[in-house]
Design a protein around this ligand. Sequence first.
Ligand SMILES: CNC(=O)c1cccc(C)c1Nc1nc(N2CCN(c3ccccc3Cl)CC2)nc(N2CSC[C@H]2C(=O)NC)n1
Ligand code: NI
Length: 186
Amino acid sequence: MITMEDIIREGHPALRQRAKKVEIPISQDVKDLGQEMMTFLVNSQDPELSEKYDLRAGVGLAAPQIDQGLRIAAVHIPDEYEDDSPIFSDVLINPIIKRQSVKKAALPTGEGCLSVDREVPGYVARSKRITIEYTDLNNQVQKVKLNDYSAVVVQHEIDHLNGIMFYDHINEEDPFYLDSDTELLE
Ligand SMILES: CNC(=O)c1cccc(C)c1Nc1nc(N2CCN(c3ccccc3Cl)CC2)nc(N2CSC[C@H]2C(=O)NC)n1
Ligand code: NI
């Protein structure tokens, strides 16, 4: 199973590389990897298992973060009320952002990353609404519209596939600069 030891940290060159497209139909190895990445996220959000295996909680994990240079990202966003019906949960193979809103959104408390062992304060302005297309673990092409928190998380993970870290988006002069088209998500 994937644990924190498998997650590479900032400074590791693999985090700054562009990940390679995955061959379709996906191989069993890719399917296994995707499932392991999803299991990590679910475990990381479970109080007992995260304690037992010393996992830091995350809602997204990209293959480059476990030193696999492939365009695979797992996203598991729980519904804060209904634990057993997540807001969005899937393994994205070769995800593409087909449409994105001009309107931007940012998490008021900034972003964290499993590959970054420090707080980097500041707003990360991302598209508030996106339409993504990807292949899922059953080789089905999915076209999904996401907004707000789900859109933020998926954009953060797709950035990892392109060697981009969340703090690359933070304004250096004024980390809490907000332009008029950026909304803080509550
Ligand atoms: C510096 N300030 C902060 O980090 C920060 C600080 C406060 C609030 C937020 C909202 C912040 N921001 C932030 N919090 C998260 N989590 C909140 C807690 N949660 C979680 C924790 C425990 C159980 C289950 C769960 Cl679900 C796990 C996810 N996740 C991300 N990101 C950025 S997009 C990818 C995603 C990711 O998975 N990162 C590891 N950002
Ligand atoms: Ni990250």
